[in-house]
Design a binder for this molecule. Structure first.
Ligand SMILES: CC(C)=CCC/C(C)=C/CC/C(C)=C/CC/C(C)=C/[C@@H]1[C@@H](COP(=O)(O)OP(=O)(O)O)[C@]1(C)CC/C=C(\C)CC/C=C(\C)CCC=C(C)C
Ligand SMILES: Nc1ncnc2c1ncn2[C@@H]1O[C@H](COP(=O)(O)OP(=O)(O)OP(=O)(O)O)[C@@H](O)[C@H]1O
Ligand SMILES: [Mn+2]
Length: 317
């Protein structure tokens, strides 16, 4: 019966075949005790599941070895992000120097806790390069010194560092049929498009932390001031500004889509799924009437499930 489902590789059969992984503990305790690295991956799985519904959901569509490596990368990225979020503005940047030294240790095969060890194992199993990890730390450093971005070029640098880098890390795990500059550029584009989506979703949250991640020159273009933003003014100027940024993000998603055929086939469905689900947040910002200061745009769970077959169909073409 199971093999029949396996032969028929549709989204429904996939979810059924892999359904044990949707249980609260994906790996049996006996296995965890036997293999230290499995225990480490299990910790990363739990962290991913706790922090991101979208990425956890998409990660379940990968074969097991890639899935685990993605959890390890997610855990490292999430902890890097949390480290900076927990620091005050202009906090001691030496925290990040220390985090960077720890990264060197991971790439040397060691680590200080289970999450580090999982990533060290992933580094052994996949051709991960240290550069994107270092660039992400640089992106987090920007958050300690900068709370405004003058233009798109500046913001793009930030988006590459904190999110485009994830695209490069992911490619090393997922595998490219042709590892060419275009494929890498498009992988970076997907990270940048998601970061722009994240910025548009979280404008209010960022404002409460005194931050504006929208290019100031764009605010000026629409006659919308920083004071308007901190007063949560939603009017036709704000709507026009939001539409402008949404269009920019959507154009980058289109560039990224063209990179998916460069991925090894078993990675295409999860990447399409994560692209479609995350891009959908933009539609929600719009349908919320651009009320993104106090209202969080999100894709309900049922809708996420309904979009899975759409992603699967895209991945077959
Ligand atoms: C497909 C898949 C499952 C990908 C990998 C998941 C992964 C390792 C994600 C790490 C994300 C992370 C914690 C990054 C730290 C910085 C940060 C927070 C970036 C933002 C992510 C969104 O997180 P969230 O909405 O939870 O944010 P909050 O903290 O809750 O506000 C980002 C928007 C960046 C995400 C970027 C990616 C997942 C890169 C996508 C690119 C690819 C998978 C490459 C595909 C390849 C080709 C050739 C197209
Ligand atoms: N364990 C946690 N501790 C602190 N914050 C969390 C935790 N889990 C989730 N969050 C945060 O709670 C908020 C609610 O998240 P939301 O409902 O949008 O889902 P999500 O898991 O963040 O999905 P997505 O992957 O699409 O970002 C987010 O800001 C998320 O980062
Ligand atoms: Mn989140």
């Amino acid at each position: 019966m199971w093999s029949v489902w396996k032969v028929c590789s549709s989204p429904v059969s996939y979810v059924l075949v892999h359904s044990p992984d949707l249980s609260p503990t994906a790996l049996p305790r006996s296995m965890l005790a036997r293999d230290k690295s499995l225990e480490s991956y299990e910790a990363c799985r739990q962290l991913t599941a706790e922090y991101s519904k979208t990425f956890y959901f998409a990660s379940l569509l990968f074969p097991m070895e890639k899935r685990r490596a993605i959890w390890a990368i997610y855990a490292w990225c999430r902890r890097t992000d949390e480290l900076v979020d927990s620091l005050d503005f202009k906090a001691d940047p030496r925290m990040l120097d220390r985090w960077q030294e720890r990264l060197d240790k991971i790439f040397g095969g060691g680590g200080e806790d289970v999450y580090d060890l999982a990533l060290a194992d992933a580094v052994r199993n996949f051709p991960l390069e240290i550069r994107p990890f270092l660039d992400m730390i640089e992106g987090m450093r920007m958050d300690l010194t900068q709370a405004r971005y003058e233009n798109w070029e500046e913001l793009h640098t930030y988006c590459y560092r904190v999110a485009g880098t994830v695209g490069l890390m992911s490619c090393a795990v997922m595998g490219l049929v042709d590892d060419c500059p275009e494929a890498r550029r498009r992988a970076v584009a997907l990270g940048v498009a998601k970061q722009m989506t994240n910025i548009l979703r979280d404008v209010g949250e960022d404002a409460r932390r005194g931050r504006i991640y929208l290019p100031l020159e764009d605010l000026r273009k629409f006659g919308y001031s920083e004071e308007d933003l901190f007063a949560y003014v939603v009017d036709e100027r704000w709507a026009a500004l939001m539409e402008f940024e949404i269009a920019r993000a959507e154009a980058i998603y289109l560039e990224a889509e063209k990179g998916i055929p460069y991925l090894i086939p078993d990675a295409r469905w999860p990447v399409w799924a994560s692209l479609i689900l995350y891009r959908r947040i933009l539609t929600k910002v719009r349908s919320n009437g651009y009320q993104n200061f106090l209202q969080r745009a999100y894709v309900p769970r049922a809708e996420k499930f309904l979009l899975l077959p759409v992603a699967w169909a895209k991945a077959q073409t």
